[in-house]
Design a protein around this ligand. Structure first.
Ligand SMILES: [Zn+2]
Length: 595
């Protein structure tokens, strides 16, 4: 994904932004020595272990391990994806985003459109208070148990009757009218003139993850009017299959969201919030799509999907399950909650209250249980071909699951349910029998290596990430390529990057590795504490480490040539090299003079 935005632009952006300002505007920071501190926004804590370094342009929490650049911070804290975080920073820095492929194919969004939507929202809110028909709308909201506070939190308003109330207020020029038409707020007639799309309706602004209004939902006041719910059409701002109503509001209400509840309509979201359940979001008149999954799990690890208890609801759940299967991994949980016939979350929460409702949320059926129950219902296990049929039904579902651990967990659960052992089931499925532990083991090993003392290469990388300018006195990095040690290529690449970019900082370096497998290791090393108070101390350790690597390099090469000389004569070039290595070896054996 990073590929779509040129690297030099990301470098430039991170150069302009100060991570301390950025984080301080969201989490107030306190100066502590060279760095800045706060209580970590990503985990609960009493004393601050969240540290932001201005020189490194990097944050790190010693409590929960959260860390990264300014871009990572926005992604984590504001729950943005990579491109959105870049956009946000570019806005802040006042620099224009280079045109990406996406913007070549889709026309760039006219920024004014957001202003038009904001103006419409203000107009509707003001109409709710002041229009002659406003009290009817207020009565309706009160009848649904909503207070003025909640209406305010969600920006609920009132679109008055009449064909041009909004146009009269927010129109004014041909350009404005065209913008209202582009956003779907106005409809264009055959003669080219416009009229208001939303009339005599309660208005719910729909915000994107950055809080900008991108669409509206309108509900009739009089139940005899149709359609009962009317949404904005697709527009440059609004792609309904991607958006979740209430996600922005949920994040405003709670920093730490332990769980999200996915419901059908905006009235459900608002009614639940009214009862203290501030973690509900709604798909906007569409079934769940793959595009909904990422923002959900970027916000929390546990998602409960709420469905009607009837046949249609079960079918919808089955479809949602197919969308979920490829997206699941060990950390993510998905559960399904089914409502009694004729209930929706709005009516249910008003009937039973917060506590009982949340109990139902907590008791929702795990996705795996729902899947197995369903499959088993379709098969008569008493029949001769019962097992074979079951295997045929399970296979396509398993094929969708990319996560090995989740897959094996599911197979084990199924084996238990049908009383055969897991190995036998794996054979029936034609799967290789890889026990769950095997996939987990590498992580365990990694952990042990990390807690051991750092190797010279890791030490050099850690110091370099902390002080990229050290590369300036490191000599030619290419010489290390001869060294047969894991990680050496990474070190050489880092040395060259820092050598060619004298002002680069840690955060910017890490961004270059965002999509590369070594990126995670680099971030961890960047977070490792460096115990030097003076720059001289750092430099000395860096050069001692490089000397160690040089010695290893010379010895390896020397040994290689020595062995070769035992099998036959060395070439002129090799002899020259041999002598050179000897003198290098001699020089390196002298006590360090710290160059
Ligand atoms: Zn933390």
């Amino acid at each position: 994904m990073a590929g779509r935005i040129p690297q030099h632009f990301i470098d430039e952006l991170l150069n302009r932004i100060d991570i301390v300002d950025l984080i301080d505007s969201r989490v107030p920071l306190r100066k502590a020595g060279r760095d800045f501190q706060a209580r970590c926004p990503f985990h609960e804590e009493k004393s601050p272990s969240f540290t932001v370094s201005q020189t490194k342009q990097f944050y790190h929490c010693f409590g929960c391990g959260a860390h990264g650049s300014a871009i990572s911070f926005l992604m984590e804290y504001d729950h943005l994806d990579f491109i959105e975080a870049i956009k946000e920073l570019a806005d802040k820095a006042g620099i224009a985003l280079p045109s990406t492929e996406e913007e070549h194919t889709h026309k760039a969004v006219d920024k004014d459109l957001y202003g038009v939507m904001e103006e419409a929202c203000n107009f509707y809110r003001q109409q709710l208070r002041s229009h002659a028909d406003g009290p009817k709308a207020v009565e309706y909201l009160k009848g649904r148990g909503l207070t003025g506070q909640i209406a305010n939190d969600f920006g609920i308003g009132f679109a008055p009757p009449g064909w041009d109330s909004l146009l009269k207020t927010a129109g004014g020029s041909r350009q404005r009218e065209a913008q209202l038409a582009t956003t779907g707020m106005a409809i264009t007639k055959e003669d080219g003139r416009h009229y208001d799309r939303f009339r005599n309706r309660i208005m719910f602004p729909i915000r994107d993850r950055r809080g900008r209004i991108i669409a509206f939902g309108g509900r009739v006041i009089d139940n005899n009017d149709t359609p009962k719910y009317l949404n904005s059409p697709e527009s440059p701002l609004f792609h309904k299959g991607k958006e979740l109503y209430g996600l922005y509001e949920a994040r405003q209400a709670q920093r730490q969201i332990d769980r999200l509840l996915v419901v059908e309509g905006y009235m459900d979201v608002v009614a639940l919030a009214q009862h203290g359940i501030c973690y509900a979001v709604a798909t906007l008149g569409t079934a769940l799509t793959t595009d909904h999954i990422a923002p959900l799990y970027r916000t929390t690890q546990e998602v409960v999907f709420c469905f009607d208890g009837d046949r249609a609801g079960r079918d919808a759940a089955w479809k949602a399950l197919d969308i979920m299967l490829p997206e699941l991994n060990e950390g993510r949980t998905a559960r399904f909650m089914f409502l009694a016939d004729g209930e929706d979350p709005d009516t249910l929460v008003r009937k039973v209250g917060q506590e009982a409702f949340e109990l139902e949320v907590k008791n929702a059926v795990p996705l795996s249980t729902f899947l197995l129950d369903n499959l088993l219902q379709q098969v008569d296990m008493g029949a001769i071909d019962g097992r074979a049929r079951l295997v045929e039904l399970v296979r396509p579902k398993l094929a969708k699951i990319s996560n090995a651990v989740f897959r094996h967990m599911l197979i084990n659960a199924l084996a238990t349910r049908i009383h055969i052992n897991a190995q036998e089931l794996l054979q029936l499925l034609g799967e290789k029998s890889a026990p769950v532990n095997q996939t987990k083991r590498p992580r365990q090993q990694q952990h042990n290596i990390e807690s051991r003392k750092l190797s010279p290469i890791r030490t050099a990388i850690t110091l370099l990430l902390n002080h990229p300018s050290l590369a300036q006195s490191a000599g030619d990095p290419q010489r290390y390529l001869q060294l047969a040690e894991p990680g050496i290529r990474l070190l050489v690449e880092l040395l060259e990057l820092a050598l060619n970019n004298p002002h680069i900082n840690c955060g910017t370096i890490l961004e270059r590795w965002r999509d590369r497998p070594e990126g995670k290791h680099l971030s961890k090393l960047a977070s490792a504490p460096v115990y030097h108070t003076t720059d001289e101390g750092l430099e000395m350790e860096f050069h001692d480490t490089l000397r160690l690597l040089d010695r290893q390099r010379v010895e390896q090469e020397h040994e290689r040539l020595r062995r070769k000389s035992e099998t036959g004569p060395l070439s002129q070039e090799e002899k020259r090299k041999f002598t050179q290595l000897l003198s290098e070896k001699h020089a390196l054996a002298q006590p360090s003079n710290n160059r």
